[in-house]
Design a protein around this ligand. Structure first.
Ligand SMILES: [Zn+2]
Length: 112
């Protein structure tokens, strides 16, 4: 199997679309025009009439993308803590020509 294409699936229709992995956009399902879900190329696609396997696959994918967004949220919180700590550290050092803009920059980053 070529690794230059990924399998994209529509869980509703149980269809597969082969689409380049380099594409920034998700392909749409050929039947319902809904956006397809990217499976990559390692995950086996169930047979079209294997409803149970498709349901399991969808469940796995949901859990995986949930875990992924949880991880992303955690990283963001951790990053903000690091910035806060750095601001406190710089502020404790006192005013300084180079330090003040740096502190302001970090504070701005916090509000993003
Ligand atoms: Zn579809």
């Amino acid at each position: 199997m070529s690794a230059s294409n990924y399998n994209w699936v529509c869980f509703g229709c149980r269809t597969v679309v082969r689409y380049p992995k380099t594409s920034q956009q998700s392909p749409n399902c050929i039947s319902c025009q809904e956006e397809c879900f990217c499976l990559g190329y390692k995950v086996a696609v169930p047979k079209k009439d294997d409803v149970k396997a498709w349901a399991n696959l969808q469940k796995d994918c949901r859990e995986r993308s949930f875990a992924y967004s949880e991880q992303a949220r955690e990283n963001l919180v951790r990053r903000k803590h690091n910035i806060e700590r750095e601001i406190n550290r710089l502020e404790a050092l006192g005013e300084n020509k180079g330090r003040t803009p740096k502190i302001n920059e970090l504070k701005k980053e916090l509000t993003n």
